[in-house]
Design a protein around this ligand. Structure first.
Ligand code: PEP
Ligand code: MN
Length: 355
């Protein structure tokens, strides 16, 4: 009987190099991965590179090395697929799982082609990384296309988003996106790939700790026997000999909902506060509608920069006194103001208001 990756009762851990480079590198890294107690091994065979003229993967010969890992070390193996040819080769080699990378997930044509090549396949797990842009619908769409092809075992992988300013990380985590995906698809497990978010070895741990404590179902971690010499992503791969210790420092809390009266009491209070927030927002929006009528009468523009600056200054000063994070309040108020502008602009231009 097939052992589903998503059926695992333990955290899903998938470790191995960014790319398969040589027989020795794959086998040595796989031994260390096994030593660390991990049961799934990853290695990219075909690599999507942003620029041409760089190492684009070892190609099909790497599948034979993965097969050897599978047979001699009893590890499950997985690699990235970006087109039907890759899927066919993986199926021939008996690979246990494939992942659709971030760049491929961004392209519905490519995902559809992969989905077609997966029709009728019942012994393969498919991991779907988030697209590079924070568009949850692209991610959901890719999951749905693979589901429609009949694949039963699907796991989503959060690997961060390519924004213009990613601060110290290579990619921005935007945790709210995988959290929203989980709300919409509670039936799908989501694991985190801290390596591609981090971009640097030194940051992998803090991201993995965040993911585990937030409640992700596992981790995909790039691990190499000699990362300093790696042909791809050399700055972010962990030394495979350090993997065991690394993993022992990550605590995955019990994911079950626990009945607790104390927790319930707090949650009830939160529910009441949320209700108040909604009531206040509704009152604020009604005032904003009345203001729209005055602006029409006085032939004023909807957007009043000085007034807006005054509102922002005052709210920031209040939030500082309350010990709230300024960026958070600024973000919320920008959204509220945007909605106010939209509502007033609709009134001024007598537009049908869409729900
Ligand atoms: C990878 O896992 O090596 C990879 C290329 O990932 P992503 O698609 O997330 O960039
Ligand atoms: Mn990589």
């Amino acid at each position: 009987m097939k052992e589903y990756l998503s059926a695992s009762t333990k955290p899903i851990l998938i470790c191995g190099p960014c790319s398969a480079e040589s027989h020795q590198q794959v086998l040595q890294t796989a031994k260390d991965v096994k030593e660390a107690g991990v049961t799934w091994f990853r290695a990219g065979i075909w690599k999507p590179r942003t620029r041409p003229n760089s190492f684009e993967g070892i190609g099909e010969v790497g599948l034979q090395w993965l097969k050897e890992v599978q047979q001699t070390l009893s590890l499950k193996v997985c690699t990235e697929v970006a087109k039907p040819f890759h899927v066919e080769e993986c199926l021939k080699a008996g690979i246990n799982a494939v992942w659709i990378g971030a760049r491929t997930c961004s392209n519905p044509f490519s995902v559809q082609e992969i989905a077609e090549s997966l029709k009728g396949v019942d012994n393969l797990s498919v991991l779907i990384k988030n697209p590079t842009t924070p568009d949850i619908h692209l991610w959901l769409g890719a999951i749905e296309r693979i589901e429609k092809a009949g694949i039963k075992d699907i796991v989503a992988v959060h690997r961060g988003f390519a924004l213009e300013n990613n601060s110290s990380y290579r990619q921005t985590p935007l945790w709210r996106i995988p959290i929203e995906l989980q709300r919409l698809r509670r039936d799908i497990k989501i694991i985190c790939d801290p390596s591609h978010i981090a971009g640097k070895r030194e940051y992998v741990k803090e991201i993995a700790l965040s993911a585990a404590s937030i409640g992700f179902a596992g981790l995909m971690i790039e691990t190499h026997n000699n990362p300093l010499q790696a042909k791809t992503d050399n700055n972010q791969q962990l030394f495979s000999k350090d993997l065991k210790e690394f993993l022992s420092s990550i605590n995955f809390p019990n994911n079950k909902e626990v009945n607790s009266n104390e927790l319930e009491a707090y949650r009830q209070e939160i529910n009441d506060i949320d209700k108040n927030i909604c009531n206040l927002l509704s009152e604020r929006m009604n005032l904003s509608k009345q203001i729209a009528e005055i602006k029409i009468a006085k032939n004023m523009t909807v957007f009043q920069p000085n007034r807006w600056q005054e509102v922002m200054d005052s709210i920031i000063s209040i939030s500082k006194k309350q010990g709230l994070n300024e960026d958070f309040i600024e973000e919320i108020y920008n959204i509220i103001h945007q909605e106010s502008i939209k509502t007033q602009e609709n009134i001024v231009n007598k537009k049908e208001v869409m729900p």
